[in-house]
Design a protein around this ligand. Structure first.
Ligand code: TYD
Length: 208
């Protein structure tokens, strides 16, 4: 879908930080035809689904239940935020989208890449991103950067082998759709990664 751009990466890569820097840059430079949003959540109902998914008390959640909750949150977020913004001619940047589910639920949780892909294709229909920016950092470095796991967050309460699988999941999606991905090396400083990100967006004609 034209003007729909998603940003992906493993936990600890600095994805949310980079997205916020980009948002700030747009604001300071009077670029106002952009909308920044994120998953899971991003709208009133979708945020409530996010709270259920991330709550540390829900450790008994079945993996497939989790996958459906992500897909449900995604449908609602598309309805509330993404579709209206695209219809108004805005460029939408979404922090995480279907490829997070392919990598985290399909491969990380081992539910099956193809199964999770089908579920999400059903959920989003034609609303697939125009392209996706993948901030690339090895899971080991990402874990170091985060300073270890946050025990209050159910999803971070898993060992690093989970994150290694997630990373492999992303590599599979990228290998299958190289023309739809821009891979940015995120191992440098925050400023270096931000410069690369803006450069890509200039090349794509999104930023002047
Ligand atoms: P969040 O705190 O938003 O992390 P981040 O800043 O890294 O995006 O938590 C989102 C978590 O949810 C993150 O660990 C990835 C996970 N997730 C999935 O497992 N599947 C999904 O489809 C999505 C969107 C996120």
């Amino acid at each position: 879908m034209k003007n729909f751009i998603t940003i992906e990466g493993c936990d600890g890569v600095g994805k949310t930080f980079q997205t916020n820097l980009l948002k700030q840059y747009c604001k300071e430079n009077g670029i106002d035809n952009v909308v920044f949003t994120r998953e899971p959540g991003g709208s009133y109902i979708a945020e409530q689904i996010r709270d259920i998914i991330l709550d540390a008390k829900n450790s008994g959640m079945d993996d497939m239940c989790e996958a459906f909750l992500y897909a449900s949150s995604r449908i609602q977020h598309l309805h509330d935020i993404v579709k209206p913004a695209l219809e108004q001619g805005k460029v939408v940047f979404c922090d995480r989208f279907v490829h997070s589910s392919y990598a985290y639920q399909g491969v990380g949780r081992g539910l099956g890449y193809e199964k999770i892909k089908s579920l999400n294709e059903l959920a989003v229909g034609e609303y697939m991103p125009e392209f996706t920016i993948f901030l690339d950092l090895s899971p080991e470095k990402a874990f170091e950067r985060k300073g270890g796991a946050d025990k209050t967050d159910r999803l971070e309460n898993v060992d690093n082998s989970f994150h290694v699988k997630v990373y492999q999941g992303y590599k599979r999606v990228i290998a299958e759709n190289p023309e739809k991905f821009v891979v940015i090396d995120a191992s440098g400083t925050v400023e270096q990664t931000q410069q690369k990100l803006r450069e890509v967006l200039r090349q794509k004609g999104v930023l002047k």
